[in-house]
Design a protein. Structure first.
Length: 260
């Protein structure tokens, strides 16, 4: 299976690459407008067979990733990562796709690790926080004893999650992480999942202060790394769908823990 990340995930973007990436991203945003409007008006998916699972994978890497995430993230990013796991699984159910639950869980938990104060990239690190985070994830997973295929799959999924599109043939876990993260951040494909499932996930992992916290964080990243994908996305107006994300239209509720 081909899981190679797209070229822009690895290097600073040239001027030409920035224009191409911006055009691709802008067209994608335009295509999402009808679905976002439908969701805002209450028209979402109606697949009653979808179920938000309550038990995470129980492998060694899953448990260590959970402990690592709890120690490293603030509540806003921690809940975001866990919502991504639920949303990725819901997309897999909707599309009848098989995937490795532990791989997806670990990738979701670690995908924004480079946005934390502890692991932020320095000027000499990778020019993109997603690539830097992918490198951190790989090194960390190696210390946990994960095999090469597991590490590579997680690395490529994290590095690619800022791309405009990630086709399933590039790796099903990468595809699901990308779909989940875009849904949770900017509301992409929100009309495809039932409203009650969106509310259930938000109740398990509240969105309190998520949008303003992520907005400040990504604005800083765009400013500090002007040749990165996030800088291009921020320049073309990512703040707007982040702030107006219809996924946020649900009540907060109690948080979830594996050990409750």
């Amino acid at each position: 299976m081909n899981r190679r990340p797209q070229p822009q995930a690895r290097l600073d973007l040239s001027r030409t690459e920035k224009f191409a990436f911006a055009r691709h991203a802008a067209l994608s945003q335009l295509r999402e407008i009808p679905g976002s409007l439908s969701a805002a008006l209450g028209f979402t998916g109606h697949d009653s067979a979808l179920e938000a699972h309550t038990n995470p994978p129980d492998g060694s890497c899953a448990r260590r990733a959970e402990e690592f995430a709890n120690e490293t993230y603030g509540p806003e990013l921690l809940h975001h990562c866990l919502r991504c796991w639920y949303f990725g699984d819901l997309f897999a159910q909707r599309e009848h796709r098989s995937y490795d639950p532990e791989l997806l869980y670990v990738a979701c938990l670690l995908h924004d690790i480079a946005l934390t104060d502890r692991y932020r990239p320095t000027p000499t690190d990778a020019p993109c926080f997603a690539v830097h985070g992918a490198n951190i994830a790989t090194r960390t997973l190696q210390t946990w004893g994960a095999d090469t295929d597991f590490r590579d799959t997680v690395e490529e999924a994290i590095a690619a999650h800022l791309d405009v599109t990630v086709p399933p043939e590039n790796g099903i876990e990468a595809y699901l992480l990308h779909a989940a993260a875009r849904l949770d951040v900017v509301g992409a494909r929100v009309s495809e999942l039932p409203r009650h499932q969106l509310r259930q996930v938000n109740n398990l992992h509240p969105r309190t202060k998520f949008a303003p916290t992520l907005s400040r964080t990504l604005s800083r990243e765009a400013r500090e790394r002007p040749d990165s994908r996030i800088a291009v996305l921020w320049k073309i107006g990512m703040r707007i769908p982040l702030t107006l994300n219809p996924v946020a239209a649900s009540r907060p509720g109690p948080s979830w823990s594996r050990y409750r």
